[in-house]
Design a protein around this ligand. Sequence first.
Ligand SMILES: Nc1ncnc2c1ncn2[C@@H]1O[C@H](COP(=O)(O)OP(=O)(O)OP(=O)(O)O)[C@@H](O)[C@H]1O
Length: 331
Amino acid sequence: MSEPTTTTPNGAATGSQDLADPAQRRALMADVVQEPGSSKPDPILTVDRIQRHFGGVTAVDVSHLEVQRGLITALIGPNGAGKTTFFNLITGFDRPASGKGAHWSFNGAKLDRTSAPKVAKAGMVRTFQLTKALSRMTVIDNMLLGAKDQSGESLAKAMFKPLWRDQEAAVLVKAEELLDRFKLLEKKDDYAGSLSGGQRKLLEMARALMTDPTMIMLDEPMAGVNPALTQSLLGHIQTLRDEGMTVLFVEHDMHVVQHISDWIVVMAEGRVVAEGPADTVMANPAVIDAYLGAHHDTDLGDDDLLSDEVISELHHEADEDEARRAREEGH
Ligand SMILES: Nc1ncnc2c1ncn2[C@@H]1O[C@H](COP(=O)(O)OP(=O)(O)OP(=O)(O)O)[C@@H](O)[C@H]1O
């Protein structure tokens, strides 16, 4: 008799596991070989022979990688390791070197040579940094744009059209629900550019969720975010996983990822050099070498940043900032 299958809110079948349970997540990955390119029990993303060169630099040279469905996977590596280029390649924002047999598939669908909007339509959605143009739009318009952007319309076209139409009532409701969840609802009519670094990251995440992705891809979601909001962002990422979404995120600071990642993939000089759960990966000599051998401004992270004392100081500072801003705006 076959095992019962649990279907998550995103339609992802996770077998009989409840992946909100840490013990079941560990059990799922317990037999996975901790080597670059290892097979996963139920990969949602499989990538083969993907390469990208810039002049003489090989930015990406990944021969095989599988990402497990329903977990949080962190893609880490020192500056210049190729993480962002890899993200750009698999999401259709860049093209791999030709003639190498590059091939990748997501949730059973072949994605090679698929345009970025189609990749998003297939359920693999990435966050975008708040660009200058998006900063000049309100928070709620950014959210509505998220829905349009992912549905395949060009960003430019969507931006210069009225964003609101009657039939979009449901979209507006959804946008407001997400803003509420990310504690941004009060800011919905503010310009996105007026948000703090952490709030921008929350908006980027909320915007990506407008189309209910199967997998969300976050590029350095904690970069430039104060430690207090970092905790909140990490909590949101875990909640997404617990609700059944697969999360893949890029980060260069090892310590940021170690508490929330179920699996870590380490890149260095374009290649995957190690894979495994946080505790084993952090102790892997290849990983330590990759970080120590990298550019001197890259470090292994700073745990002191996340001490309770520092977090409470930053909470206080953030409150003061907020109060000052409110006074300036005459609220
Ligand atoms: N458009 C480009 N033109 C030329 N070289 C590039 C380009 N994009 C990336 N590179 C080079 O490719 C390599 C990989 O860069 P990439 O940005 O993917 O690394 P990364 O791991 O994301 O680094 P970081 O953590 O600093 O963002 C680097 O040597 C980088 O200088």
